[in-house]
Design a protein around this ligand. Structure first.
Ligand code: NCD
Ligand code: ZN
Ligand code: ZN
Ligand code: ZN
Length: 449
C-alpha cells in the first residue's frame, strides 16, 4: 500500500521506547511505524532531521469559550494555540455562555466547532437534573461530565449529595467519566465574606479563602458519596498533598478515581503575586514552595495520572481590575505546557516517558479516546515533533490565544514543539499555524468503559 506521507529521519516514541524509525500515514491514520527500510513508498516525504516524534498531546482541561464569550477565546484561536503548543486534542469545559448542559447546547457547540478547529476537540457537559437529559447529552457526544463545587454550573443542585450520586450513577451506566472541580464553596464563602468586610482586596485575601482545606473537604465529600458507586471520578487541578492522600486511599480501596495537576501548580508559588498580581490569579491558587515540591513528588510516585493546562483565557481588562474579588481567575496554558515540561525533562526532573504517559497515554485511557495517545499502526496520525535541544524564550505577546499574557512570560525554555500533525496533516511548522481550513475532528466517545 502506498502511503500519503512518510515522516523520516526521526526518533519515534513507540511502545515505551525511542526508536530510529519513520512513520507512514494514510487517510489520517498511522499505517506503519518502522525502520525506514520497512516503510512503504509515499506521495510525500517529510524529513524530521533526527527530532523526536511523540504521540500528539491530549489536554483534558481546556476552556475554549467561543459563543457569547468569543471575546476571550474562540474555537479557531483556542485550537490554534493548542497545535502551536504541540497539543493535538483538547477537551472543552462546559462553563460557557450558554452553558453546555444538554443535547441542544452541545449540538450547537459541535456545529460551530466543526467548521473551524485545527485540533481535535471533545466536549464536557455539565449535569442536568433530568436523567434522560444526561443520557441524551452523552448520546449527542459528550466525552465526560463536569461538576463545579464552587458555583452552580448546570442545574444539578451541587449541595445535594443524593442528587450528585444519582447523576454520577447515570454517568457510570453510560460509561462516561465525571470530572470535578473540588473546592468547598461554604468554606470559601465564609472566609471571603470575612476578608471583604475587613476591606482586604488583594490576592493574599483570595488565597486565604481558597484554602487547601476547602479542596480537601470537597474531595472527601465526593469520595464519600461515590464510595459504593462504580462511577469514575476525575479530580481536576489538584493543588494540595492532603487531597492527594485521600485520592490515593480511595484508589487503593477500589474506587475508580484519577486526578490531574497543572504546570502552574508544579512550577509557580504564591510568592509570584508580588510581581505578577492578578495576572497569576487562578483557581485553585498556586501555593507554597513546600506544596509545589510535594506535587512533584506525587508526579514521580505516579500518584498523578494527568498533567493538563486548565487553559482559562480571559480578556486583559478582566484581569486588570483593582479588587481581587472582581478578577476573573484563570490563565492561558496551551502554548506553555509542553515547552515547560520538556525543560524539566532536560533538567532531569522527570523523563520523556513520564511526559508522554501524563499528557497522552493516560488522557486517552481515562477519557476513552480510542485510536489516540500512542504512535501505533491503525491509530490516528496525531503527532507532535519536538526538538529537545532547541532553546527559546516564552513570549506571551505572540500567543495565538486571545489571552496574550502568562505568568511564564520571558521564561527560558529548552525543548520545544516544532511540528504538529493532526489527523495526518501538518498544521503547525516552526511555531506557525499553517493549516488553512479545518484539520481537527470532533472526538466522539468510545462505547467501551
Ligand atoms: C476557570 C475558568 O476561567 O473558566 N478558572 C480558573 O481559575 N481555573 C474555571 C475553573 O477551571 O475552575
Ligand atoms: Zn529517510
Ligand atoms: Zn476548575
Ligand atoms: Zn478550568
Amino acid at each position: 500500500m502506498r502511503a500519503d506521507t512518510v515522516l523520516h529521519n526521526a526518533k519515534v516514541y513507540t511502545k515505551g521506547e525511542v526508536l530510529d524509525a519513520g512513520i507512514a500515514i494514510k487517510n489520517g491514520r498511522i499505517i506503519e511505524v518502522a525502520k525506514e527500510a520497512h516503510l512503504p513508498v509515499a506521495e510525500d516525504y517529510i524529513d524530521l532531521n533526527g527530532c523526536l516524534a511523540l504521540p500528539g498531546l491530549i489536554d483534558v482541561h481546556v476552556h475554549l469559550r467561543d459563543q457569547l464569550q468569543a471575546y476571550k477565546e474562540d474555537f479557531r484561536t483556542g485550537t490554534a494555540a493548542a497545535v502551536v503548543g504541540g497539543i493535538t486534542s483538547v477537551l472543552d469545559m462546559p462553563n460557557n455562555q450558554p452553558i453546555t448542559m444538554d443535547s441542544s447546547s452541545l449540538r450547537e457547540r459541535i456545529l460551530l466547532a466543526q467548521q473551524v478547529v485545527v485540533a481535535n476537540v471533545g466536549f464536557y457537559s455539565a449535569f442536568s437534573q433530568k436523567t434522560d437529559e444526561i443520557e441524551e447529552v452523552a448520546r449527542e457526544g459528550a466525552i465526560a461530565f463536569k461538576v463545579y463545587l464552587t458555583s452552580q454550573v448546570g442545574d444539578l443542585d451541587i449541595d445535594d449529595d443524593e442528587a450528585l450520586l444519582h447523576a454520577f450513577n447515570a454517568a457510570s451506566r453510560l460509561g462516561v467519566p465525571v470530572a470535578v472541580h473540588a473546592e468547598d464553596r461554604k468554606i470559601i464563602k465564609s472566609i471571603a465574606d470575612h476578608e471583604q468586610t475587613l476591606g482586604h482586596e488583594t490576592s493574599d485575601a483570595y488565597q486565604k479563602a481558597h484554602t487547601p482545606e476547602a479542596e480537601t473537604k470537597a474531595v472527601a465529600r465526593i469520595l464519600r458519596i461515590t464510595r459504593n458507586s462504580s462511577a469514575h471520578i476525575h479530580f481536576c487541578h489538584i493543588s494540595s498533598s492532603q487531597a492527594l492522600t485521600l485520592i490515593q486511599k480511595a484508589a487503593k480501596s477500589g474506587s475508580r478515581v484519577s486526578c490531574e495537576v497543572t504546570p502552574h501548580h508544579l512550577l509557580l508559588t504564591s510568592q509570584g503575586f508580588k510581581q505578577q498580581g492578578n495576572l497569576l490569579l487562578t483557581d485553585p491558587p498556586v501555593r507554597s514552595r513546600k506544596t509545589m515540591i510535594e506535587l512533584w513528588e506525587a508526579v514521580k510516585a505516579r500518584q498523578i495520572d494527568i498533567i493538563a493546562s486548565d487553559h482559562a483565557p480571559h480578556s486583559i481588562d478582566e484581569k486588570m481590575v483593582d479588587s481581587v474579588w472582581n478578577v476573573k481567575p484563570g490563565i492561558p496554558g496551551l502554548e506553555t505546557l509542553l515547552p515547560l515540561l520538556l525543560t524539566k525533562v532536560n533538567e532531569g526532573w522527570f523523563s520523556v516517558n513520564d511526559v508522554v504517559r501524563l499528557t497522552a497515554e493516560n488522557p486517552a485511557k481515562i477519557f476513552h479516546l480510542n485510536q489516540n495517545g500512542f504512535l501505533r499502526k491503525d491509530y490516528d496520525a496525531n503527532i507532535t515533533v519536538v526538538d529537545m535541544r532547541r532553546k527559546s524564550k516564552i513570549d506571551a505577546s505572540h500567543f495565538y490565544s486571545k489571552a496574550k499574557y502568562s505568568p511564564f512570560d520571558k521564561w527560558d525554555v529548552k525543548g520545544v514543539p516544532i511540528k504538529t500533525f493532526v489527523n495526518g496533516k501538518l498544521v503547525m511548522d516552526e511555531g506557525e499555524v499553517i493549516a488553512k481550513g479545518v484539520a481537527g475532528k470532533i472526538l466522539s466517545p468510545a462505547n467501551s468503559n
